[in-house]
Design a protein around this ligand. Sequence first.
Ligand SMILES: [Zn+2]
Length: 174
Amino acid sequence: MAILEIRKFPDEILRRKATAVGAVTAVEKKLIQDMFETMNFARGVGLAAPQVGVSKRIIVCNPTGEKADELAIINPVITCRKGKRVKDCEGCLSIPAMSGEVTRYSLVGVKGKDPEGKEFSLEAADMLARIVDHEMDHLNGVLFIDRMGFLKRKLLIAKYKKKMGITCLGRRYC
Ligand SMILES: [Zn+2]
């Protein structure tokens, strides 16, 4: 296993739509193991493959940090979003030390393949629903800051630039 480098905003790969995985091979299995290791090392609860520089549709989640709660989904598809609309504080390993309130549904249905290539589906609730939805966004080039209000996003970006010593994040954000 290996700890991979986490790509940070405004890395261009974070804005790309990731491509679907064909057959699940040893390459994907190794990547998933490395993603779990990287996520645990960074004390995250979710990670999407583009965040480690691989533009493939793979996400890993673990709301508790317990081995039994590890969840990896290859080619995830959201089948429904329902329940309550919940506003909660969110962060992202690709936008370190920043957080903001994002509204998401409390129940998210998702289907995809497990690391053995077997199809499965599940209904995620509460924190896991938030994580799955956040990681799915990564596969479509969407970041949690895009789901924040305009002024809060502007403030967060200004703070982020200062913290990271970045003078310009590109035309889209300056
Ligand atoms: Zn993220």
